[in-house]
Design a protein around this ligand. Structure first.
Ligand SMILES: NC(=O)c1ccc[n+]([C@@H]2O[C@H](COP(=O)([O-])OP(=O)(O)OC[C@H]3O[C@@H](n4cnc5c(N)ncnc54)[C@H](O)[C@@H]3O)[C@@H](O)[C@H]2O)c1
Length: 285
């Protein structure tokens, strides 16, 4: 347990927010959770309850530990309820204006010196930090999906993030059983700067008719020992999310080597967004 951080506010109770809430609560932290969409927090709490009940059924968790975890989660009606938080982690919709507004509100609510973190996958940490009056206490905590199962947290430091903030977030990440790996703020950080062009290149191979989707995925799985192929991974991440991140890399790194494949653009226009809609590079029933 991290000693300076006891109560953590999580903003956004979608796919990532609910995973983050669960992991923090399971590791002894008091968690405040707020979502702007009515019913989203209740749905997240139900999903966490269901996930933990399955762990109890499988004998991986005892019923008392599950009950304690659920008791640590406190739904909140507004960000004003985050006054007691030692840290706030934002996991809201990937739009700069939404996040900047959230951070202005959090900056006005949390006590001076408390840490603000964003789970953004592609928005600049320096840009978000600039919405606050405490850029030295601002940091990226990039969790991976599904949060309870993925061990990495990419810790992204802004130009002004101070060492005490980095140390506290590294310590917290380890305390919740995850592996913190640090990098400096830059477009796509490390994970998406390296991973997304690989997916984009696989889409180009398919677009150019060089191989079937199964062959492309199979070559990367067997040849590079990846657990899943890049096209199946694009379906899991969301084809629209992949396109958005490629557009960010293309725009911000100003190089045509990041140009999104036309097939990626076409698939998004046609609504073939991947697993979440039942159709992407593969069909899901
Ligand atoms: N899904 C992934 O695989 C993944 C992985 C790593 C990081 N991320 C990042 O995590 C963040 C959340 O992604 P997600 O996949 O959970 O999205 P999601 O759409 O599942 O959830 C986003 C939630 O934010 C809420 N929200 C929107 N505006 C809000 C506001 N003003 N205040 C409070 N809540 C608000 C929405 O109601 C929604 O419930 C994004 O920044 C995304 O880039 C996503």
């Amino acid at each position: 347990m991290n000693h300076s951080i006891k109560t953590i506010g999580v903003v956004g109770a979608g796919t990532m927010g609910q995973g983050i809430v669960q992991v923090l609560a399971q590791n002894g932290y008091q968690v405040l959770v707020f979502d702007a969409l009515e019913g989203a927090v209740d749905k997240a709490v139900k999903n966490i309850d269901k996930f933990l009940s399955k762990s109890v059924e499988k004998g991986k968790l005892d019923a008392a530990a599950k009950a304690e975890t659920m008791k640590r989660i406190k739904p909140c009606g507004s960000l004003g309820d985050f006054k007691t938080a030692d840290l706030a982690i934002e996991a809201a919709t990937e739009k700069p204006d939404i996040k900047e507004k959230i951070f202005r509100d959090l900056d006005a609510t949390l006590a001076p010196g408390k840490i603000l973190a964003s789970n953004t996958s592609s928005i600049s940490i320096n840009q978000l930090a600039a919405a606050t009056k405490r850029p030295e206490k601002f940091i990226g905590m990039h969790f991976f999906n599904p949060v309870p199962l993925m061990s990495l947290v990419e810790v992204v430091t802004g130009d002004q993030t101070d060492q005490a903030t980095i140390d506290a977030i590294v310590e917290l990440t380890k305390a919740v059983g995850k592996e913190p790996l640090c990098c400096k703020d830059s477009p796509g950080f490390i994970s998406n700067r390296v991973g997304m062009p690989m997916i984009n290149e696989a889409v180009y191979c398919l677009h150019e008719g060089l191989a079937t989707r199964e062959a492309i995925d199979g070559i990367m799985k067997m040849g590079f020992n990846h657990p899943m192929g890049p096209l199946a991974l694009a379906d899991l991440i969301g084809v629209d999310v992949c396109l958005f991140i490629m557009q960010v890399l293309h725009r911000d790194l100003k190089s045509d080597k990041y140009r999104p494949c036309p097939l990626l653009e076409q698939m998004v226009q046609e609504g073939h967004l991947g697993k979440k809609v039942g159709k992407g590079f593969y069909q899901y029933t």
